[in-house]
Design a protein around this ligand. Structure first.
Ligand SMILES: [Zn+2]
Length: 195
């Protein structure tokens, strides 16, 4: 198994949570599973005097989402799977229960959005689920849906946090940056859009 996998998982996690938000989180191991190599994070409890759930990311959900996304990205071997072109159409065809129309993001978020779909379906799609719009704004994901329950709300909120750490073009670890317009990119794709 490539040693880069746990390193990449921590890059996504730190990108999503920030260095402060990721304090204490570490990779405990990587399990080979049918879903791909699953990184096991240790997520210690933080003692906080006050927590505003709108502003403080849920470390457990986000760690689980990153682990699932990395497993999907590395599912079939020693290199990450490239994202498909026309990700929005592929997602609609692959997960019609979640995406009734094409999503409107860069192809780089394909594995992130596919992970969201698989995780929601695994626990059961809420009866009233209706996706409304899935798009990018200011470099991060906006996932609008109705009929969302507590479990799916945590998954969607987690995906919005994680999107700020995933290159919109290729799906590699990236960061949100403003160079002309705000977007999330890896080093390679930040260069091509600079200036
Ligand atoms: Zn990239």
């Amino acid at each position: 198994m490539p040693r880069v996998i746990p390193h990449e998982a921590m890059q996504f996690l730190r990108g999503a949570l920030g260095d402060d938000g990721a304090i204490g989180i570490a990779v405990e191991g990587v399990d080979q599973t049918p879903a791909g190599p699953r990184v096991r994070f240790v997520v210690p409890r933080l003692r906080r005097a006050r927590v505003d759930p709108q502003r403080v990311p849920d470390r457990d959900s986000i760690s689980e989402l990153v682990s699932r996304m990395v497993a999907m990205r590395w599912r079939y071997g020693a290199a990450p799977r490239p994202v498909p072109v026309e990700s929005g159409l592929v997602l609609m065809e692959t997960h019609p229960e979640i995406y009734s129309g094409p999503t409107e993001t860069g192809d780089g978020w394909h594995w992130l959005l596919a992970t969201v779909a698989e995780w929601i379906k695994e626990g059961g799609v809420p009866a009233e689920w209706q996706d409304e719009q899935v798009k990018e704004k200011y470099g991060t994901l906006r996932f609008y849906a109705s009929g969302v329950d507590g479990r799916t709300a945590r998954i969607l909120a987690g995906a919005e946090w994680v999107s700020g750490a995933v290159c919109e073009t290729c799906g590699a670890p990236g960061r949100t940056q403003a160079s002309g317009w705000v977007r999330t990119a890896c080093d390679a794709h930040a260069e091509t859009h600079r200036g």
